[in-house]
Design a protein around this ligand. Structure first.
Ligand code: G6Q
Length: 546
């Protein structure tokens, strides 16, 4: 008998709301957004929500009041309320790893108490935050000196997956607030090119490596960290230099000290922080050095405000719940395979990549929490690029292709870099895209413009293509925290409905194990026992390498 926590909900497809949604979706198949808007002048107001400075207009979705009602029923019948309470209580909702899931504790105010197996983790969180703040201040002010007495000017974060994507995204997103005389680089790929290019113009005497790894055993990160060590030693020529040029972000003190980093220079976190939910833990040290402790804490306050909204707002006015339900709507009842993330803000250029991991590593599962194989679709494919660049690239398919691609548009009313008409042009494009997708252009409209008959079908836009519009006043650390938490809880909502464990990632294991078997085979001439394709590829590589 397994000692994993048990959870055995009624199968999704047997829930009355799921069945009702199935019928309801069929009745909406031929209903156009044009009609829905024409029939209800109050539609935009009716299907908009605002909370914590984030405005969501979801009126350009293929929904009616009945859809929302049924989706809310689905949330209730799926036990979403109970799942949310269980997470905030610190229950072991990561069932397959038998762990609490408490990234919400990383941004809880000092006065709050959150117990994990009887220990108040908020106290521990703030102790690490204080240590990070003190260290960040020393690096920023130049008080932290390298081995030769020079202040640190370059910060290189070495990590991968959850120990990289959040830090890179946050650094890019909040660059406006960063200390500009510091250089930040991020090395993740085990491809030696990544490390070589990140360090080629740096002086080791002024460089600090942050080795970010929860486990401190990840092959890519440890390979890069060892190369960094050699690179630094080659320039600084003394083992003692490591102490002033390397710090670690990890839960594994034993491995950190084995690597040669003084555990006094280690910033810890805990097993209840999943990698892709860790950018606001010690893993955010590079972010804090870049923007300063005060801005970092403002970001945490933003996260916390959205956590509280998610925990307490009724589902009908709950932003992450509504977004999660809409994704379920298209995914399970319209056959949509993907969600496009389209930020109209250059600073958010890495936001789609960050969300790819958050969403797909969380919800790319096909076994339910009861251990059954699902008989419905789960995790959508998330992808995207900042507007307006995407418009000149892949939007064609969203407008006129054969696939239904729900889009999340994001934008800000005020630019951080006002420049002539740029911002008005940017935002005009943002609004125009959502409008064009929803309403399209009929063949009559195309004809009325005197278009040659044979071109009419090509120039017609069917429309009826759904999108969410997410607006905030200005991109600040606080708003970034809110946006990330919005998606974290959106993902949570989806996972709860789909009855999967959004917090494990067994699917990344097999490839790692096979790679470890192949590494020595690439070096030697040993006999190969793979399939004929893999054998031939290894042999070809051996030949060409030689
Ligand atoms: C995220 C995953 C994964 C993880 C990396 C790095 O949820 O667990 O992306 O963050 O594999 O792991 P380490 O931080 O342990 O090096």
């Amino acid at each position: 008998m397994s000692n994993l926590p048990q959870f055995d909900p009624t199968p999704l497809t047997e829930l009355p709301a799921f069945e009702a949604l199935d019928d309801h979706a069929a009745s909406l198949e031929d209903v156009h957004l044009r009609e829905l808007f024409a029939d209800d002048p109050g539609r935009a107001a009716r299907f908009s929500l605002e909370a914590e400075g984030i405005f969501l207009d979801y009126s350009k979705n293929r929904i009616t009041g009945e859809t929302v009602e049924l989706l809310l029923n689905l949330a209730e019948e799926s036990g979403l309320r109970e799942r949310i309470d269980a997470m905030f209580r610190g229950d072991h909702i990561n069932l397959t790893e038998n762990r609490s899931v408490l990234h919400v504790a990383l941004r809880a105010p000092k006065t709050q108490e959150l117990l994990v197996d009887g220990v108040n983790v908020v106290e521990q969180v703030h102790a690490v935050l204080d240590k990070m703040s003190e260290f960040s201040d020393r690096v920023r002010s130049g008080a932290w000196k390298g081995f030769t007495g020079k202040p640190v000017r370059n910060i290189v974060n070495i990590g991968i997956g959850g120990s990289d994507l959040g830090p890179v995204m946050a650094y890019e997103a909040l660059k406006f607030y960063s200390q500009r005389d510091l250089t930040f680089r991020f090395v993740s790929n085990v491809d030696g090119t990544d490390f070589a290019e990140a360090t080629r113009d740096l002086d080791a005497a002024e460089t600090l490596f942050i080795v970010a790894s929860k486990t401190f055993t990840t092959l890519e990160t440890m390979t890069n960290a060892h190369s960094a060590r050699q690179w630094a030693l080659a320039q600084l020529g003394d083992e003692k230099a490591i102490a002033s040029h390397f710090v670690a972000l990890s839960t594994n003190a034993a491995e950190v000290s084995k690597f040669g980093i003084d555990t006094a220079n280690m910033f810890g976190f805990w097993d209840w922080v999943g990698g892709r939910y860790s950018m606001d833990s010690a893993i955010g040290l590079s972010t804090m050095i870049a923007i300063g402790p005060e801005n970092f804490r403002a970001m945490l306050a933003g996260f916390h405000a959205m956590d509280e909204h998610f925990r307490t707002a009724p589902f009908e006015s709950n932003l992450p719940v509504m977004m999660g339900l809409l994704t379920v709507w298209y995914n399970n009842f319209f056959g949509s395979q993907t969600v496009a993330i389209l930020p109209y803000d250059q600073y958010l250029k890495r936001f789609p990549a960050y969300l790819q991991q958050l969403t797909m590593e969380s919800n790319g599962k096909s076994i339910t929490v009861s251990g059954e194989e699902v008989d419905y679709e789960t995790g959508a494919i998330y992808w995207g690029e900042p507007g307006t660049n995407g418009q000149h690239s892949f939007y064609q398919l969203i407008h006129q292709g054969t696939k239904l691609i729900p889009c999340d548009f994001l934008g800000f009313s005020r630019s951080l870099n006002p420049q002539g008409d740029h911002h008005d042009i940017l935002i005009a494009n943002l609004f125009a895209q959502a409008e064009a997708l929803a309403f399209g252009k009929t063949s009559e409209e195309v004809e009325a413009q005197g278009t040659a008959e044979e071109l009419v079908p090509h120039k017609t836009f069917e429309g009826n293509r759904p999108s969410n519009m997410i607006l905030a006043e200005k991109l600040t650390p606080e708003i970034l925290g809110k946006l990330i938490a919005l998606y974290e809880h959106n993902v949570f909502t989806q996972g709860a409905i789909w009855q999967i464990d959004s917090f494990d990632q067994w699917g990344v294991e097999l490839g790692k194990v096979l790679a470890m078997r192949i590494v020595p085979e690439l070096k030697g001439a040993s006999e190969l026992h793979h399939d004929s394709s893999t054998n031939a590829l290894i042999e070809r590589y051996r030949r060409q390498k030689a």
